[in-house]
Design a binder for this molecule. Sequence first.
Ligand code: HEC
Length: 179
Amino acid sequence: MRAALLVVMMFGLTAGSVGAQTSLETPPVGTLAQIMRGIYFPNSNIIFDTQMQDPDAEPEKNATGGTVSSTFAGIYTGWPVVENAALVLAEGASLINKPGRLCENGRMAPVQRYDWLKYSREMTDVGWAIYQAALEKDQEAVGELTNDLAQACDNCHRVYRSNAQGASLRCLGSGIILP
Ligand code: HEC
């Protein structure tokens, strides 16, 4: 009886973990640049906006008959927009670090490198810190943290996206010279 229970438990565990693995590990779909443009760029801009604009300010009235985005622009407003943007930036690390992620030039994003993981971790840390400040509705603190945010983007960009390098050298890191 005991042995039978154990077998059931073991089987259950194995089946569960296989299920979890297949549902969680989806292959990357977009390039790194697309993830940057689709996720990091718009969400960091929402956070940069809080330097100029109080998220608690009355939202502008939406024009009727516009696009879907303009019609629904007033549904989620205020500090929760900043909170959500900060969380997406924090979670974005797991997207950019997906094994097999390609850069636009076809190179593998260097997601196994120590410094890359350190830079992406900084995004998670600063995203989390901004989230905490947004929960407190602390515009000044969010404003100060935007410096750390810009710095976190730049720390990685200056090594892996440097404008001094041609696009073909992106994702290689600095100091590596192609033959
Ligand atoms: C861990 C490294 C890393 C971090 C952190 C990072 N980026 Fe990037 N970013 C890159 C790389 C590498 C590319 C080039 C991607 C490619 O060529 O496919 C890139 C490309 C981009 C692009 C596309 C434009 C272009 O020049 O091709 C934008 C926009 C961008 N990043 C914005 C951001 C913003 C905003 C942040 C911070 C909120 C950020 N990135 C954080 C590595 C990073």
